[in-house]
Ligand binder design. Structure first.
Ligand code: NAD
Length: 350
C-alpha cells in the first residue's frame, strides 16, 4: 500500500532534495561509510558529487561547493576557512565523521552560523571499552601470569595464590578528565566492585556525585588509585600534567593507562618508573606517535604498548558513519543536532 505522503514523495522532483558533498581521504576513512550508509544517504539527499573532495582550491571543488548545503568531512579532509565559505554560499551543516574539528574548522565557520557536529562520541565508545578491558586485566595482573606460565610451562599455582594484591575487588580507579570518554568509562565501570574517583577542573563535586563518582584533587587521585587512566584532551594546560612528581605519588605496583595523548605524561619520567619496575602501564599513545626502535617500552614485561588502537578500528568505524547520518536526518527534520560542536567550548575539547 502506498500512502498519499509517499506517493507525493515519489513524484517530488529530485531537485527538492538538499545538496550534499563529501570532503575527506577515502584511504583514511575506510569502513566509516558502508554501502548501506551511502544508499540511505542517497534517499535523504542529492549527492552533488560521489567522489570526496580532497582539496577546495580547484575548479571542480568550486563547482561542487557552489551547490552544497551539507558537507560531510572526515579524516584527511581539507580545512574549511573563509575562502571555502565564499565558494560555498549555501553551506549550512558540516558533519564531521571523525573526532576533533579544531584544525579542520576555522573560527569564521562558527561566526557564519554554520552548524558543525562531529563523531567524537562514537569514537569514545571503543576507547572506553579498551580502557575497561585494560583496567580489569591490569588488576588481574594478566601480563605477569602470562609471562610466568610461558616461562615455566607448568603450574604456577603457588604464585597465583600467594599474591594478596591481585584482582578486581574494591580496587580504586582514578579517572583523569570527565570527557566524553571519561564519562563512558564511568558507566562501564559501574557494574564492577570498584571504587571510582575522578579529577577534572571543570567538574565539581555535585556533578561528580551525579555521575556516581567522587571528584578529588589530581595529587590525591595519584596517591589513592590502584589504576590511573587518562582521558583529558591535549591542551597547553594538560601538557605533562602527569610529571615525575605526580608519578612518584603513585603507590608501588600501581598501573597508569594512557589512551588520551602522549603529551599528557612526561614520558622520560614514566620510562624511568617503568624500567625500574615500580609501576605498570598500558600505553596506546606516545610522543612521538611512533616510538624509536630502541625504546624500552616495546619490551618491558610490565608495559602493554599498543599502536594507537583504542579508537574506532574495523567494524567500530561504522558507528562513526551511522552517527553522522543520524545527525543529517535530524538536521533535515529541523531537529537540534545531538552532537553539535560549539565554538565556546572548543578550547576545552580534544
Ligand atoms: N587512543 C585513541 O585512539 C583515542 C581516540 C579518541 C580520543 N582519544 C583521546 O582521548 C582523550 C579524551 O577524548 P574526548 O573526546 O573524550 O575528550 P573531550 O573533548 O570530550 O574532552 C573535553 C573535556 O575534558 C575535560 N578537561 C578539560 N581540561 C581538562 C584538564 N586540564 N584536566 C582534566 N580534564 C580536563 C573537560 O571536562 C572537557 O569538557 C583526548 O586526549 C583524545 O585525543 C584517543
Amino acid at each position: 500500500l502506498t500512502t498519499t505522503a509517499s506517493k507525493e514523495a515519489a513524484v517530488r522532483p529530485q531537485a527538492s532534495l538538499r545538496k550534499l558533498a563529501f570532503a575527506f581521504s577515502p584511504a583514511h576513512t575506510q569502513n566509516v561509510f558502508t554501502k548501506a550508509h551511502l544508499d540511505h544517504l542517497h534517499t535523504l539527499c542529492d549527492v552533488v558529487e560521489q567522489t570526496p573532495l580532497r582539496q577546495f582550491d580547484d575548479a571542480q571543488a568550486a563547482s561542487v561547493l557552489a551547490e552544497t548545503e551539507i558537507l560531510v568531512t572526515g579524516w584527511g579532509s581539507p580545512r574549511v576557512d573563509r575562502k571555502v565559505l565564499e565558494l560555498a554560499p549555501r553551506l549550512r551543516l558540516i558533519a564531521h565523521s571523525a573526532g576533533t574539528v579544531k584544525s579542520l574548522i576555522a573560527p569564521e565557520v562558527f561566526e557564519a552560523g554554520i552548524l558543525v557536529c562531529n563523531a567524537a562520541s562514537a569514537n569514545a565508545v571503543p576507547v572506553a571499552e579498551f580502557t575497561l578491558a585494560a583496567i580489569l586485566f591490569s588488576n588481574k595482573q594478566v601480563l605477569r601470569y602470562r609471562d610466568m606460565y610461558r616461562q615455566k610451562r607448568e603450574s604456577v599455582k603457588w604464585e597465583r595464590l600467594s599474591n594478596p594484591a591481585v584482582g578486581n575487588w574494591r580496587k580504586t580507579i582514578g579517572l583523569v578528565g570527565m570527557s566524553r570518554i571519561g564519562r563512558r568509562v564511568v558507566e562501564l565501570l559501574a557494574p564492577h566492585d570498584l571504587c571510582v574517583i575522578g579529577y577534572d577542573p571543570y567538574v565539581n563535586a555535585d556533578e561528580g556525585r551525579h555521575l556516581g563518582i567522587e571528584m578529588v584533587e589530581l595529587d590525591d587521585l595519584m596517591r589513592q588509585s590502584d589504576v590511573v587512566s587518562l582521558h583529558a584532551p591535549a591542551l597547553e594546560s594538560t601538557r605533562h600534567m602527569i610529571d615525575a612528581r605526580r608519578l612518584a605519588l603513585m603507590h608501588d605496583d600501581a598501573t597508569i593507562i594512557n589512551t588520551a595523548r602522549g603529551m599528557l605524561i612526561d614520558q622520560q619520567a614514566l620510562e624511568k618508573e617503568l624500567v625500574s619496575g615500580r609501576l605498570n602501564a598500558v600505553i596506546d599513545v606516545t610522543v612521538p606517535e611512533n616510538l624509536p626502535a630502541d625504546s624500552p617500552l616495546y619490551d618491558l614485561p610490565n608495559v602493554l604498548l599498543t599502536p594507537h588502537i583504542a579508537g574506532a578500528l574495523g567494524v567500530e568505524r561504522e558507528r562513526l558513519g551511522a552517527l553522522v547520518i543520524a545527525e543529517i536526518e535530524r538536521y533535515l527534520r529541523g531537529l537540534p543536532l545531538a552532537h553539535a560542536i560549539s565554538a565556546d567550548t572548543l578550547h576545552l575539547q580534544a
